[in-house]
Design a binder for this molecule. Structure first.
Ligand code: FNR
Length: 179
């Protein structure tokens, strides 16, 4: 079976972004094992001085989870037109260690606004691209008006969103199979 590591850019308990990842977990067929990474908030601030074999355990754990995953699905909000600090911090820990290299990666941004977190979305893809992640074709999605579409527990309230998520997961799994 395929292993997908899902990362939410929001630490908030009632996060709509985490809700979308939970929805993906129930949409995906039984050949896919989704793991929602829950350690984002426990990673220390990135410091190149510790970016070696002395990396903290939490960083080691994050790197192992990425390494073991066949693909990654990130779903993030936008803060002040950018990628949330916790998510960028996590990515900075894996620039040199290279776990994202050629890793099939799908990117969702979601926002209550009409723009769907487009600035964070584009910025995140720019960052992942320089890390040579394999951004999945058909595997990127901006979800505006997100509060009308999903409940934090992962219940979708909009059939078009369900359809979009299903095709994004299909694109991700196809890329994994062909890489
Ligand atoms: C936001 N929000 C926001 N939304 C947006 O579309 N563009 C933005 O630049 C910002 N900036 C911003 C800054 C800060 C500090 C906060 C707290 C919020 C609103 C944001 O999209 C909203 O809170 C989402 O619900 C956050 O996602 P989760 O936590 O529901 O996943």
């Amino acid at each position: 079976s395929i292993k997908i590591l899902a990362i939410s850019g929001s630490l908030r308990k009632s996060s709509t972004n985490t809700g979308l990842l939970l929805a993906c977990t129930s949409i995906a067929n039984e050949n896919i094992t989704f793991t929602i990474y829950d350690g984002l908030g426990n990673l220390p601030h990135f410091n190149p001085d510790f970016d070696d074999e002395n990396a903290p355990d939490s960083v080691y754990d994050f790197r192992m989870k990425l390494k073991e995953a066949d693909g990654v699905l990130i779903c993030t909000p936008e803060y002040a037109n950018g990628v949330p600090g916790v998510l960028k911090n996590a990515l900075d820990w894996v620039v040199s260690s290279g776990e994202f290299m050629y890793k099939p990666t799908a990117v969702i941004s979601a926002s209550p606004s009409q723009f769907g977190g487009d600035k964070a979305h584009d910025s995140l893809i720019l960052t992942l691209s320089i890390m040579t992640a394999k951004i999945v074709e058909g595997g990127t999605l901006k979800i505006p008006f997100v509060t009308k579409k999903v409940k934090p527990q992962g219940e979708l309230t909009d059939s078009a969103t369900a359809h979009s998520l299903r095709s994004l997961i299909d694109a991700l799994t196809q890329t994994i199979h062909s890489s």
